[in-house]
Write a protein that binds this ligand. Structure first.
Ligand code: 6PG
Length: 249
């Protein structure tokens, strides 16, 4: 376990939080490209990161990234068609990837058309190939963009789920949790999240305040609290409402 506490940054609004997340994304990309020549990022769905993706797609921010050397993965996916409104791929594709010069071979979506179990296996194979790692090795993402549900789940790691105990697989299939949409999922596992160089949680709105208190306090029953990269940096970007200090978005 890492012994450094997480960075917690409280922005005055959802917009300001999203702007700060975009700055962090661009800084992580620059550092990765400088040191290793490529940038690997795993993104989340849900409603919170939408504005971040729109900001990154803006002409100003687009020009600050080398999208040809960026590989995009998903922290988790809902087992729905790729054009379904609930698809995490669709969210990121329509808000960001369709607007930036990223080669299609750099976009590594979960192939939901295979069904959850096979999609998880295919996704794991694709990650291993892209990171060029052997069976006993974990991929090291340069950046994870994570959210947290009101029940404390992150990616598709739900409270009490057997997926939280997975210690050999990179990606697994998992049933839905208590929050909608009620569809099966594929999720990256905890060892992968904890191998990342940078993990950024985004949380906005007063409804998240209670669970954030527990997560930041390290409550081990809250999946989001279990993301503590062993040799990486953990950031929590909140707005004042999520931090329990103001009105909601
Ligand atoms: C998903 C997400 C999930 C999300 C949280 C928070 O597929 O649902 O990847 O882990 O980050 O549920 O979602 P909101 O941003 O909508 O609150």
């Amino acid at each position: 376990m890492r012994d450094r506490p997480p960075w917690v940054d409280v922005a005055e609004s959802y917009e300001a939080m999203s702007q700060r997340a975009a700055e962090r994304w661009i800084a992580c990309a620059a550092e990765a490209m400088d040191q290793r020549g490529r940038f690997t990022v795993a993104v989340s769905g849900g409603s919170t990161p939408r504005r971040l993706y729109e900001i990154l797609a803006s002409p100003e921010d687009q020009a600050r990234m080398d999208w040809t050397r960026t590989d995009v993965f998903w922290t988790d996916e809902r087992i729905v068609p790729a054009d379904d409104p609930d698809s995490n791929y669709r969210l990121v594709q329509t808000t960001l990837l369709a607007h930036v010069p990223i080669p299609s071979s750099n976009i590594h979506r979960v192939r939901t058309e295979l069904g959850a179990a096979e999609a998880a296996e295919a996704y794991e194979r694709e990650i291993r190939a892209c990171f060029n790692i052997a069976v006993a090795q974990w991929p090291r993402f340069d950046l994870l963009i994570l959210g947290v549900g009101e029940d404390g789940h992150t990616a598709s790691l739900f409270p009490g789920s057997p997926a939280l105990q997975e210690r050999t697989r990179i990606a697994v299939a998992t049933p839905h949790g208590s929050l909608p949409p009620s569809v099966d999922r594929v999720t990256l596992t905890l060892p992968v999240l904890n191998a990342a160089r940078n993990a950024v949680f985004l949380a906005s709105g007063a409804a998240k305040a209670r669970i954030l208190q527990g997560a930041l306090g390290g409550d081990p029953t809250i999946p989001a609290a279990l993301v503590r990269p062993t040799d990486g940096t953990l950031y929590w970007l909140l707005d004042t409402a999520a931090a329990g200090a103001g009105a909601g978005r």
